[in-house]
Design a binder for this molecule. Structure first.
Ligand SMILES: *Cc1c(COP(=O)(O)O)cnc(C)c1O
Length: 239
C-alpha cells in the first residue's frame, strides 16, 4: 500500500514543525524544495497544487519534459510559475540548457562552472542565486569543494557579476541512523559562519541547503534553511 501525497504532506509537515520546535527555530526559516526527479509530470503537478512551489531536479534530460509542459501550462492559464532549483552536478556544457530556466543552482563547485554560469546569465541579463557545494563528509563519491577550498573560492567569485552566492549546500552520506549525519550538517553551518567572518564578499552567504528524506530533521536542528525532499514527500514512482 502506498500512502497518498496528502498523507505524506501531513506527516512531513508535522515532523518539520517538531524539529523546528526542538531546536527553537521558527518554521518560516525552513523552506522546502519538492524534489520531483523520481516522479511523473502528473505527480509534479500535484506537488504544485498542494502548494509546493519550489521544485528540484538534478538532471536536465529528465527535467526537460516536465519543465516545458508546466511552463507552457502556466503561461496559458496565467498561473504562478514554479521556481526551479537545479540540485544535481552540472557539466559545463549543460549550463546553457538550465540557466534562465532554473532559478537557483545548488551545485556550484568549481571556477569553470562559475565562469559558464556567469557568461550565460550576463547574456540573459539575469543574476543567478547559487549555493556553493561543499564535500564535508569527505566521501569520494560526493561532489563539492573541500572545506579548505571554500574561502579562496568565495573570494574568486567576486569577479562574476551575474552570480550571487547565497549559501552553502552539502549532501550527507546515507546513514541507517540519521543522527550520524549531525556532524556533517553542523560542520556546514560552522563553515558558513567562518566564511561570513573571514571574507568581505561573503555577506550574502546566509543559507544552508541540507537535509533530504532520510536526514531532514537533523539538518533542521543544525540550521538548514532549505531542505530537499524527494521520496518522503513527493514519492518515488517506478518507470
Ligand atoms: C535526489 C536528491 C534529493 C532528494 O532525495 P530523497 O532522499 O529522495 O529526499 C535531494 N538532494 C539531491 C542533491 C538529490 O540528488
Amino acid at each position: 500500500m502506498s500512502s497518498t501525497f496528502e498523507n505524506r504532506v501531513e506527516l512531513v509537515e508535522e515532523r518539520i514543525k517538531q524539529a523546528c520546535e526542538r531546536s527553537g527555530r521558527s518554521r518560516d526559516e525552513v523552506h522546502i524544495i519538492a524534489v520531483t526527479k523520481y516522479v511523473s509530470l502528473n505527480t509534479t503537478k500535484t506537488a504544485l497544487e498542494l502548494g509546493y512551489r519550489h521544485l528540484g531536479e538534478n538532471r536536465w534530460q529528465d527535467a526537460q519534459v516536465k519543465w516545458e509542459a508546466i511552463t507552457e501550462e502556466c503561461d496559458v492559464k496565467l498561473s504562478e510559475h514554479p521556481i526551479w532549483h537545479f540540485i544535481g552536478s552540472l557539466q559545463t556544457n549543460k549550463v546553457k540548457d538550465v540557466i534562465g530556466k532554473f532559478t537557483y543552482m545548488h551545485s556550484l563547485d568549481r571556477l569553470s562552472l562559475a565562469e559558464a554560469i556567469d557568461k550565460k546569465a550576463s547574456q540573459l541579463g539575469i543574476i543567478v542565486p547559487c549555493f556553493i557545494q561543499v564535500n564535508v563528509s569527505g566521501e569520494n563519491s560526493k561532489q563539492g569543494l573541500e572545506p579548505e577550498e571554500l574561502l579562496p573560492f568565495v573570494n574568486q567569485l567576486e569577479r562574476f557579476h551575474s552570480i550571487k552566492p547565497i549559501g552553502l549546500m552539502t549532501m550527507a552520506p546515507y546513514e541507517a541512523e540519521p543522527e550520524q549525519t549531525r556532524p556533517v550538517f553542523r560542520a556546514l553551518r560552522e563553515l558558513r559562519d567562518e566564511v561570513q567572518q573571514s571574507s568581505k564578499h561573503a555577506s550574502t552567504i546566509t543559507h544552508l541547503s541540507m537535509g533530504m528524506s532520510n536526514d531532514f530533521e537533523v539538518a533542521i536542528e543544525e540550521g538548514a534553511t532549505w531542505i530537499r525532499l524527494g521520496t518522503i514527500l513527493v514519492g518515488k514512482e517506478e518507470e
